[in-house]
Design a binder for this molecule. Sequence first.
Ligand code: SF4
Length: 373
Amino acid sequence: MLYTIPDYYKEFHCIADKCEDTCCAGWQIVIDKKSLAQYKKVQGDFKWRMLRSVNWLTGTFCQDTQKRCAFLNGENLCDLYIHQGEKSLCKTCRQYPRHVEEFEGVREITLSISCPEVARIVMERKSPVAFFRFEKEGEEEYEDFDPFLFSILEDARTEMIQILQKREVSMRERTLLVLGMAHDMQGRINRQEMFDCFTVIEKYGTKNALAFVTEYANKICTTKEILPLAQALFEKQYELELLREEWAMLLQESEILLYAKGEAAYLKIVEEFEEWAAVHTSLDIHLEQLLVYFLFTYFPGAVYDGEVYAKVQMTIFCVWMIRELWIARWLKNGKLLAIDEMTDLVYCFSREVEHSDENLKRVEKMMEKKWLL
Ligand code: SF4
């Protein structure tokens, strides 16, 4: 079995009671069958606590009115862990913030940026991220798995990450190159011209491709209205399941700050933010790390549905949404934005989208329509 991890994997350590936003609140944790069976057998003093703290019908941990897990104590520590030991944790609690994507003979493990500590590591990271691969014993076969498509996707993702990490090229052009590659691959996949995908992958690494997207970028910037697209994409967020009430308020406030005054005002805000951020932040590096994070995590999932273009649009949509939230917060703060606030917005966005399988599916579905290009 092959395992892949990002090079910052071992940097992560849970900061437990020092965490500003514990993962044991705000989302419904589903208990795996094995742990549920183990919880039913608990005896002694802890038995009654266990009986009261698990919703045995839904197989989830009970929550209080603040949506805090019933085992989370006043010091933000887990009473289940304290009284029954580490092994008593269910699969979700044991793994989090590790996120595993499963493919035949391959496990890709990332750290979820919905954890504030992981978001901090990613946001403070300056050098390009690398991924390590190692092998462990174990083999498996999936009934319905296309290893050839998977190898195409792996090659494409490697090339896309290399493009995203080309710091001498502007962020807009890097993004367009990746989007263009996905677009052209999608056409080949739809027509079952699978071998041609390798030609597409190679083509997008060349200077000619860069010259083409530079010209294309200049053309769309002068001929297209940006605001209707920005607003339509932003409003897609309201179609998702809401995990925290504060999130709806943040979205509404940001939408008004950004879009209420029309196209010219919006473009001016974005331009001013970019000028400010170029001096006061490492904006392009943050965007690069986030694009690499989302692309690495979700792109190979196209092996199950063939939706290569949707996966790349989803990557860009997620990072663009985070950037919109940064711009809105910068405006609200009187044109100031600290790295801590940027990091908070990263993990809050990720919690809303990545903590809900339903939301992930909805975003993927929304991105099947061609929004960009
Ligand atoms: S969110 Fe991350 S740092 Fe905070 S308690 Fe959970 S795993 Fe630990």
